[in-house]
Ligand binder design. Structure first.
Ligand SMILES: Cc1cc2nc3c(=O)[nH]c(=O)nc-3n(C[C@H](O)[C@H](O)[C@H](O)COP(=O)(O)OP(=O)(O)OC[C@H]3O[C@@H](n4cnc5c(N)ncnc54)[C@H](O)[C@@H]3O)c2cc1C
Length: 636
């Protein structure tokens, strides 16, 4: 009797209720181990590290809400319900519009923590930790960490560049090659390949910016890198030129031919040669590409391998967690070493907080290192290249460049969703590149791009909005799963970045009806491709419709009255918040990337794109940065 009471009491405690939820969410079934109290403990530890006690308290409160609201709905606490009833409760939480997002975050954390275990990687014969490979020799004397600098140090240079991603590194390397003294200030640290374990959780803790979530009529996590190399060091190495018709559209809107395809051609060529862009060999394309192409052929739709910026790729599918082979030619591997050879310096772990003004002109920046030291950079030209989320936040904090109120507006996200599919054949997406194929059949006509997105063990485990037996069926067969993404065009740019609490970004974004429809249309097309290729089941990233058992179910998806929050969406491509243009009332910088308001202050990153390109943007940003270097060289 006492034993029974004690057990009941334990279930009612926060971790007891959460453990019951974890058990119901993730049932036992080889090779997947059942969720339990240790799963919950791991999830709470992740939250404690990222969000402190407030995060853990919110997690516990949600577990209690699931536990006790079951009494009203089903007459018993959640932990006392039978398995099938528990499953129904979990789906109700995921499908109800009001509880969906908190619950998806809660359940994604539990699943992600559970699958970040060595035994789940071993079950699929995938290495758990890829770090520690022998390093290649590299010239790093000019890359300084916080411990290498002195408090109050003043650095004199021709050009200071804040940020080392697709914009900053490229413009900096070009200016260094012209003979200018270049100093890079980078908030993230310099990581080498022996740091890259190849798993989502450690990577997101170390190499990504935290707290970048767009809020509005849905919730969209915005992924942004924070390390030397910026987002290029955690991206999928997908390389698309800006489609010519997009460049034409920009020219029409801006009333200038400066970005016309024939004028941009030489910049694309130079970037592609520098970062070695080419089509992947067939071993790297993988089985998933073969299946996708088969499905597209059945439908009569175009498809092709994606060109990538890699040298010696080992096809380990972990590009987005840092390349353990140093194969991806991200800017820390390509442009930054070029700049170092020409004498540039990188101050890593240093956050620029203020642009220094002298006689109304930009004259450098002030920065603070991770260990609290203050640095000042005195420069003839100041280039802000922090990316489309931090750049406007930094400027707005000082109310700079904003005389016409344009800074932070026009945010586009290319919001992306997707679907996975289960096949009889072995796919092993973990042994190919994560994004190796695409179809732009619907890009111009319907506004979305279809591209590969293989599911690593830990991401696949966390992402699918399934619970109980159907979740188990999907996750125990991750080696027979093909994943793809739908990237939406987003041409209305309906978002905004504001600055709060010392330059921290607050992101708002309203998903338009049109983009919502595109997400559904994209998932419908993926389901058609998959079933045509022989899929057994299709798993849309849609909590309201997470499973299609046959091609016949696609009609139900076509008829569903969809809302923005019906899709698990994410953004890898925030753009446009300080856009360029000749007209100062609709743009922040001119066609040479110089601020309309502040002389010698330049912005060279994804924020200056005149509109979303509709395809993955790194080549567009790098080509524009190459062009910007020519213009800025005349102004230093
Ligand atoms: C997970 C992921 C996958 C992607 N996959 C692809 C892909 O396959 N193909 C593609 O074309 N694009 C991809 N992208 C997008 C692409 O990488 C980015 O669009 C591009 O890198 C943006 O360049 P940027 O210069 O604007 O900013 P970033 O590359 O993000 O660089 C900005 C840098 O500035 C630093 N910084 C910010 N604020 C400060 C400050 N105050 N002080 C000092 N430093 C600061 C940041 O730490 C960062 O290192 C992906 C992005 C992500 C996150």
């Amino acid at each position: 009797m006492w034993e029974l009471l004690r057990r009941n009491d334990a279930e009612a405690r926060p971790t007891g209720a959460a453990a019951a939820i974890a058990r119901a969410m993730i049932p036992e079934g080889e090779p997947v181990r059942q969720g339990d109290a240790s799963t919950v403990q791991a999830a709470r530890e992740i939250l404690a590290a990222r969000m402190g006690t407030a995060g853990v308290a919110a997690f516990d409160a949600l577990a209690q809400a699931v536990e006790w609201t079951a009494v009203a709905r089903r007459g018993k606490r959640f932990s006392k319900l039978a398995g099938p009833q528990q499953e129904k409760v979990l789906y109700q939480w995921a499908q109800n519009e009001w509880s969906r997002w908190p619950f998806l975050l809660f359940s994604g954390l539990i699943k992600g923590a559970h699958f970040d275990r060595p035994e789940h990687f071993e079950a699929f014969d995938v290495p758990y930790d890829r770090s520690g490979r022998p390093e290649k020799a590299r010239w790093t004397r000019q890359v300084l960490a916080p411990e290498d600098v002195d408090d109050g140090q003043v650095v004199e240079c021709d050009v200071v560049i804040v940020g080392t991603g697709a914009g900053g590194a490229v413009v900096g390397a070009k200016l260094a090659a012209e003979g200018y003294a270049v100093a890079f200030v980078e908030e993230g640290l310099y990581y080498r390949r022996d740091s890259f374990e190849g798993r989502a959780l450690p990577a997101h803790n170390e190499f990504f910016r935290h707290g970048t979530v767009a809020l509005g009529n849905t919730v969209i996590p915005v992924q942004v890198g924070k390390m030397v190399g910026g987002s290029t060091a955690v991206n999928a190495a997908t390389c698309f030129r800006t489609p010519p018709w997009v460049l034409e559209r920009w020219c029409d809107r801006l009333g200038t031919r400066e970005l016309a395809p024939e004028k941009m051609e030489k910049y694309f060529q130079e970037v592609e040669a520098t970062i070695n862009v080419h089509a992947p060999p067939s071993f790297a394309l993988g089985k998933a590409a073969e299946i996708f192409f088969r499905g597209c052929d059945e439908q009569g739709w175009n498809h092709a391998p994606i060109r990538r910026n890699v040298t010696g790729c080992t096809a380990e599918a972990v590009c987005e967690f840092g390349c353990p082979a140093d194969a991806r030619q991200s800017t820390d591997i390509s442009y930054i070493p070029r700049a170092l050879r020409k004498g540039a310096m990188v101050f890593s772990g240093a956050r620029a907080g203020k642009v220094v003004l002298r006689d109304g002109r930009a004259a450098g920046v002030e920065a603070t290192t991770l260990d609290g030291k203050n640095l000042r950079f005195d420069a003839g030209a100041t280039i802000i290249a922090c990316g489309a989320i931090p750049t406007p936040a930094l400027l707005l904090d000082q109310n700079l460049c904003n005389s016409t109120g344009q800074v932070g507006r026009n945010l586009s996200l290319h919001p992306a969703t997707g679907a996975a599919a289960l096949f009889d054949e072995t796919v092993r997406g973990f042994d190919s590149v994560p994004q190796s194929y695409f179809s732009d059949q619907f890009l111009r006509s319907e506004g979305f791009l279809l591209a590969g997105a293989q599911l690593p063990v830990d991401v696949g485990g966390a992402l699918l909005p399934l619970y109980g037996d159907s979740y188990l069926e999907a996750t125990r067969n991750l080696d027979r799963m093909v994943g793809s993404t739908v990237i939406t065009g987003d041409e209305y740019s309906p978002g905004r970045v504001r600055s709060v609490a010392g330059g921290r970004p607050l992101i708002t974004y309203r998903m338009t009806r049109r983009n919502t429809e595109r997400m559904r249309a994209g998932i419908v097309r993926l389901a058609e491709i998959y079933f045509a290729a022989g899929a057994k089941k299709v798993y849309p990233l849609m909590p309201r419709m997470p499973l299609l058992e046959s091609a016949g179910d696609i009609d139900e998806l076509r008829r569903l009255d969809v809302r923005p929050s019906d899709f698990i969406a994410t953004s890898w491509h925030p753009l446009g918040t300080c856009r360029m243009g000749p007209d100062r009332t609709t743009s922040v910088v001119d066609m040479s990337h110089e601020s309309h308001d502040v002389e010698r202050l330049f912005i060279v990153d994804g924020s200056t794109l005149p509109g979303p390109p509709g395809v993955n943007p790194q080549i567009t940003i790098m080509a524009l940065a190459t062009r910007a270097a020519e213009r800025i060289a005349h102004r230093v």
